[in-house]
Design a protein around this ligand. Structure first.
Ligand code: CO
Length: 136
């Protein structure tokens, strides 16, 4: 492979119980501004993106009890949830994982927040870290 498939850290996602409290803490402590807020129904989350240079901190809270983030919070508590890697071609990056026998959570790229195209890769395929491939 000659061209790297990952072009940037798009975001670091942190699961929180109280989105407003987390936003306020980042604003007061670090002066971080919210660039975007969105409820993503498909995932059962509300998220807030805080700008850090060309990347984001993504604070995610559950909007319903049966969402994956709600189950995560129940099991593991608040903390690092996933890392979003920016890619030029989500389908190609997802295929690269599958080609090596890795388990995809999303079989095909799908719409994410901010009008992006995303696919999640299972932690078992990536050394224990949930990865989101993000194509703008
Ligand atoms: Co994300």
């Amino acid at each position: 492979m000659t061209t790297p498939l990952l072009t940037e850290i798009d975001h670091v996602a942190i699961a929180v119980r109280d989105l407003e409290a987390a936003i306020a803490w980042y604003r007061v402590t670090f002066g971080a501004d919210v660039a975007h807020r969105e409820i993503v129904d498909h995932d059962g989350v509300e998220e807030a993106l805080l700008v850090v240079a060309d990347s984001f901190i993504q604070l995610v809270a559950a909007t319903r009890d049966d969402s994956p983030v709600a189950r995560y919070l129940e099991r593991r508590g608040e903390g690092l949830h996933h890392v979003g890697y920016r890619v030029a071609d989500c389908a190609a990056a997802l295929q690269a994982v599958k080609d090596r026998g890795g388990r995809a959570i999303d079989e095909h790229p799908r719409p994410g927040s901010r009008g992006t195209t995303v696919a999640f890769v299972h932690p078992s395929a990536a050394f224990g870290t949930l990865i989101e491939l993000v194509q703008e």
